[in-house]
Design a protein around this ligand. Structure first.
Ligand code: ADP
Ligand code: ADP
Ligand code: MG
Length: 510
């Protein structure tokens, strides 16, 4: 069989990740007839991604720095299992140019962009500069790193307070600090530099205008690596806590067709500027007046990619694989449109009443919602012990509806149908959010949670399941009270579960 010179065929892929995203990638690969290899750390021996893959390779102890982040272990595992390519997922090594280079140097295909475009986009200062050259609007601010508070103050006075100090190497919502006056600049700069050096090994900080009441709008793109790129429209991700997304929707309720066309075009321009290869996301901040600015480009599959899949009908993992094989994008811009409305809810092991502090424990009961228009991307299952070592994201509930009101109604139904017991989680928070006027009318901004959500007064509304648990617990206790001592021992294990469930239902805690 003759191969086209530019193709990179592979028939087995190692997924260098864990949790829901590893499972989702494995599903996509399997649909393409590609063999799948998972990697797992000590506490992930029985994790879903390790169980569902064709093969799973042990890569070391719990800390990611000794397992999921050790490049050589991942490359060795791929070689050992006969994989021809590595898919990095998101987080971990997915945006690490050194990993991309090491994978390619080992003769494997990296399912993602080139190391060079990752380097430009992985550095917020470098990508800002690149965008300024390419004519994509960036948030007003400094072009270079700032170490001297006097320079930062001069810049802040030019663009006007408040400003945001941002770590050039930051990510995951970390490494940012708002400064509202010159008096606070010196200490804020010192602290942000210290934290950035600690967390990202790079203390370069820049100043940009802090946009009040903005919306976070991002655009999914696919590039062929040769300057060709298309967009798959936008996602709005303004429901955030600690600068991290919790609910996303597509389309955005805030864009007119005209604004949508301009922002999507800016995203395509961004991808072209770096000859982008594969799937990526260009993030923008949308100011109340309708001006939008480039924030950053995420050079990987994004957590919230499923909402784009539901409204465009395109499978992004399949597209990533096609591009990595050198087969091109395989989709024409003019064939794409947005159909209906999709919402994603990040289901996290965290406690809304304790300011979303992470929670852990065994998944005692889990029965996900089913039915029309519902998708669940999960990394956990009933009986799984959620490890403390990783991200608290357990699963993502994604719904599709013909329009926004119907998607919201479906989301409410699905969230209520979702049984999840064990670690404290944020399903009740999602139901709360859907009830808020600002969410309902689509005017919510990135300040939505901090403005509308009072975690100190938070008492989750009882879900239908909690209510059932309470009723069942009450019935069991009543039976036990009536039964003679020693009888009904068989019901005990069951009764304990219900009692635990009832206690949780009443307190919102374990
Ligand atoms: P997305 O951008 O895909 O919507 P997030 O911004 O929440 O999602 O990031 C995806 C995952 O990657 C999260 O688990 C986040 O903690 C992690 N992450 C992203 N960037 C970094 C970084 N620079 N350092 C550490 N973790 C990161
Ligand atoms: P990360 O790499 O951590 O994802 P981003 O630059 O994408 O960093 O910013 C994350 C979030 O922080 C944005 O979605 C937005 O809510 C907020 N943010 C970032 N820059 C600004 C800004 N200039 N003004 C207001 N909010 C901002
Ligand atoms: Mg971001």
């Amino acid at each position: 069989m003759s191969k086209k010179p530019d193709t990179h065929p592979f028939d087995t892929v190692l997924v260098a990740n864990r949790g829901e995203i590893a499972v989702r990638i494995i599903q996509g690969l399997r649909e393409m007839g590609i063999g799948t290899v998972a990697v797992y750390s000590e506490p992930d021996r029985t994790a879903l991604h390790a169980l569902v893959a064709d093969e799973a390779v042990f890569i070391g102890p719990a800390p990611a720095s000794e397992s999921y982040l050790v490049m050589q272990k991942l490359i060795d595992a791929a070689k050992q299992a006969g994989a021809g390519a590595i898919h990095p997922g998101y987080g971990f090594l997915s945006e690490n140019a050194g990993f991309c280079r090491a994978v390619e140097a080992a003769g494997l295909v990296f399912i993602g962009p080139t190391a060079a475009s990752m380097e430009v986009m992985g550095d917020k200062l470098a990508s800002r500069r690149k965008m300024m050259q390419s004519g994509v609007p960036v948030v007003p601010g400094t072009e270079d790193a700032v170490r001297d508070p006097a320079v930062a103050i001069t810049c802040a006075e030019k663009i006007g307070y408040p400003v945001l100090l941002k770590a050039s190497a930051g990510g995951g919502g970390k490494g940012m600090r708002i400064v509202r006056s010159a008096a606070d600049m010196a200490s804020a700069l010192r602290q942000t530099m210290g934290e950035a050096g600690q967390s990202f090994g790079n203390d370069a900080i820049f100043v940009e205008k802090y946009i009040e009441n903005p919306k976070h709008i991002e655009v999914q793109v696919l590039g062929d690596g040769k300057g060709g790129a298309i967009h798959l429209f936008e996602r709005e991700c303004s429901v955030q806590r600690r600068h991290q997304k919790v609910i996303e929707e597509s389309p955005s309720p805030s864009l007119t067709p005209e604004l949508r066309a301009r922002i999507c075009e800016a995203a395509v321009q961004t991808a072209r500027a770096v000859d982008y290869r594969g799937a990526g996301t260009v993030e923008f901040i949308l100011a109340p007046g309708g001006a939008f600015y480039f924030l950053e480009m995420n050079t990987r599959l994004q957590v919230e990619h499923p909402i784009t899949e539901l409204v465009t009908g395109i499978d992004l993992v399949h597209a990533q694989v096609r591009i990595a094989r050198g087969e091109g994008i395989g989709i024409r811009q003019e064939d794409l449109s947005q159909r209906g409305w999709a919402l994603e809810f990040r289901v996290c092991a965290e406690d809304p009443s304790r300011n979303f502090a992470p929670s852990i424990g065994r998944i005692e009961a889990m029965s996900p919602p089913l039915g029309p228009g519902v998708r669940l991307d999960t990394g956990v299952y009933e009986g799984f012990e959620v490890p403390i070592h990783y991200d608290p994201l357990l699963a993502k509930l994604i719904v599709w509806g013909e329009d926004r009101p119907r998607a919201i109604a479906r989301a409410q139904r699905a969230l209520r149908d979702f049984t999840l017991q064990g670690p404290t989680h944020n399903l009740p928070f999602h139901l709360w959010a859907l009830d808020q006027p600002a969410f309902r009318d689509g005017t919510y901004t990135t300040h939505f949670v901090e403005k509308c959500f009072d975690h100190t007064a938070w008492l989750p509304a009882l879900t239908d399941l909690d209510r059932e648990a309470l009723i069942a617990a009450a019935a069991l206790l009543e039976n036990e009270r009536r039964a003679p001592a020693g009888a009904g021992a068989g019901a005990d294990a069951h009764g304990d579960n219900w009692r635990r469930a009832a206690r949780r239902a009443m307190t919102g805690h374990k």
